[in-house]
Ligand binder design. Structure first.
Ligand code: PLP
Length: 398
């Protein structure tokens, strides 16, 4: 037998972390890494944050799991606190981002069904997006590497060019249920929806009775310096998928909706054994208590601006390798010049400079640190990026 015990679907690297503290991970041999990837935008409070550790330990010793057949005092309290900070009136707790997206798709379809229009089932989505790995989520993308071999896919999705409002308008028909997009694309390479595009989609939804579904699994929960990225645009969605930062490392997600959009989600239409169990709720509440404050978000904006400024200063010194800096808040990316490969540079930074970043689409190196980093982490990150750029061999562009 040659297959690995963990199904070999990931290209696992040599970093084998066994401990984490703040913005640092420590490997099996005790080696330290500055973690500017944060488990791909998950560990928003860094590793082993005392409030998160305490919430888990206390709740595990009190009540870990019951069933959604019972009342959930902790879940109700956390849901109310979270909803109060958003456009939404109700939510469903999940264990992951892709489950939150799946719930969002189901909520949208079910809305039209409850409205007497079951034929309005088609969700219009956009190229270069990533919505997760369930059959629904892969059917919502056009990326062969995620879809090949899993056909037949779920019908009822149309994928259009991102940020192309005219194409979105032209795609509306009698079977359309709504639009689904990442407010800021993460895996695709830190690409934000333009204000014209997102505001235009909102307007089209209002004009045509469609639902606007935002996937803020990666860009939400303080990552961009607003609690949710849609706040930067002055619009509100009808449905939104959230995960990653909401649990700060504990598996937790949520599908949020307005009362109107959730009208079809009645008893028996959806469920989850684990979703929103007391352990998850205790962690969610502890994280929200910290992240959901104006001070915390103002600090993300300030630190994000300083990080961005420092990254931009790197560009002229390494213009053989770095093309541009993208992003907002602490959702940042450096696009590399043609000829340099982001995945290879990420490996070089990791193996030779103890810096963890994450590759994204469009040849971008993503910087997605914990949201509570400070100026010394910025300085260390920039110093490692600079040293990495100096020692990284860039082949001549073809
Ligand atoms: N949506 C977006 C925007 C994501 O970035 C991700 C994960 O990277 C997902 C959905 C899927 O989340 P999960 O891996 O928790 O299922």
């Amino acid at each position: 037998m040659t297959i690995t015990p963990l199904m070999p679907v990931y290209p696992r690297c040599g970093v084998r972390p066994v401990r984490g503290e703040g913005a640092y991970l420590y490997g099996e041999r005790g080696e330290a890494y500055l973690d500017m990837a944060a488990g791909i935008a998950v560990n928003i409070l860094g590793h082993s944050h005392p409030a998160v550790v305490k919430a888990i330990a206390d709740q595990a010793a009190t009540l870990m799991h019951i069933s959604n057949l019972y009342g959930m005092p902790l879940g109700e309290k956390f849901a109310e606190a979270l909803l109060a900070k958003t456009f939404a009136d109700t939510l469903f707790f999940t264990n992951s981002g892709t489950e939150a997206v799946e719930c969002a798709i189901k909520t949208a379809r079910r809305y039209h069904y409850a409205d007497g229009h079951p034929e309005r089932h088609r969700i219009i989505t956009f190229s270069n997006a990533f919505h997760g790995r369930t059959m629904g989520a892969i059917s919502a993308t056009d990326q062969p590497k995620m879809r090949d071999g899993f056909e037949p896919l779920v019908p009822g999705f149309t994928v259009l060019p991102f940020n192309d409002l005219e194409a979105a308008k032209a795609a509306i028909g009698p079977d359309a249920a709504g639009f689904m997009l990442e407010t800021v694309q993460g895996e695709g390479g830190i690409l934000a929806a333009t204000p014209e595009f997102l505001k235009g989609l909102r307007q089209l939804c209002d004009e045509h009775g469609l639902l606007l579904i935002l996937d803020e699994v990666q860009c939400g929960y303080g990552r961009t310096g607003a609690f949710f990225a849609y706040e930067h645009y002055g619009i509100e969605p009808d449905i939104m998928a959230v995960a990653k930062g909401i649990g700060a490392g504990f598996p937790l997600g949520a599908c949020l909706a307005t009362e109107k959009a959730a009208r079809g989600m009645v008893i028996g239409t959806h469920g989850s054994t684990y979703g929103g169990n007391p352990l998850a709720m205790a962690v969610g509440q502890a994280v929200l208590d910290i992240v959901g404050t104006d001070e915390f978000l103002a600090n993300v904006r300030a630190v994000g601006d300083r990080m961005r400024g420092a990254l931009e200063q790197l560009i002229p010194n390494h213009d053989h390798l770095f093309q541009e800096v993208r992003g907002i808040g602490l959702m940042l990316g450096i696009k590399l010049k043609p000829g340099a490969e982001a995945r290879a540079f990420v490996g070089h930074l990791r193996d030779n400079h103890g810096l963890l970043t994450v590759a994204g689409g469009d040849n971008v190196v993503r910087i997605l640190p914990p949201l509570n980093i400070n100026d010394s982490h910025i300085a260390e990150c920039v110093e490692k990026l600079s040293a990495g750029a100096r020692s990284f061999p860039v082949p001549e562009a073809a």
